[in-house]
Design a protein around this ligand. Structure first.
Ligand SMILES: [Cu+2]
Length: 189
């Protein structure tokens, strides 16, 4: 179940708005440029888990997705128990699920399991990290620090790069109707 989000948004109005103006102009055409270039600058690692090609979807809304390729380099399963990020006041691990005949995203109970020796791709339409209660608009090229807390006691931090994407407009399933206004990942229409 999802808890009610505290409204702690403290927008940085002037500078961010000026920066956003350029990004919005590019985004406004609604082109389906959801091909995401790999980005060698977005990576991080510990001894056991590596994160590559990490990105965060640009938005001027209140929440957005963080994606990337997470590799478990060990011979034992590892679970991502929780996550945090520098762009928002709250972070959840999400999955897609069928609820009342519709695919929606919701908090993933038990965290994200990384099978031994395998890669898990966090991407729109699949498991992802959700930045909720964004402190400011997320713009293209922005670097957001993300930290994962693992079941083996380690944490892994990496940088996610802001990228525009048409993908990822999943409906957000919550029993809490008061959070309906936080469902918008960014207007793509
Ligand atoms: Cu989500």
């Amino acid at each position: 179940m999802l808890t009610v989000l505290a409204r702690t948004r403290a927008r940085i109005p002037v500078i961010a708005a000026v920066l956003m103006a350029g990004a919005l102009t590019l985004a406004a055409c609604g082109s389906n440029s959801d091909s995401v270039a790999t980005d060698d600058t977005a990576s991080g690692s510990t001894a056991t888990v590596m994160v590559t090609d990490a990105w965060i979807r640009t938005t001027d809304g209140t929440m957005t997705g963080i994606f990337g390729v997470i590799s478990n380099t060990t011979d034992e399963d590892i679970t991502i128990n929780s996550a945090s990020n520098t762009a928002s006041s709250m972070t959840e691990l999400h999955e897609m699920a069928m609820v009342d005949g519709e695919m929606v995203m919701q908090e993933k109970a038990g965290g994200v399991v990384l099978p031994a020796g395998q890669q898990v791709v966090l991407e729109p339409g699949a498991d992802h990290i959700m930045a909720m209660g964004l402190l400011a608009p997320v713009v293209a090229g922005e670097e957001v620090e993300v930290t994962l807390t693992l079941s083996n006691g380690e944490t892994v931090s990496f940088k996610a790069i802001g990228k525009e994407s048409a993908a990822g407009d999943e409906d957000y399933h919550s029993d809490d109707k008061s959070s309906d206004d936080m469902m918008n990942h960014g207007d793509m229409s």
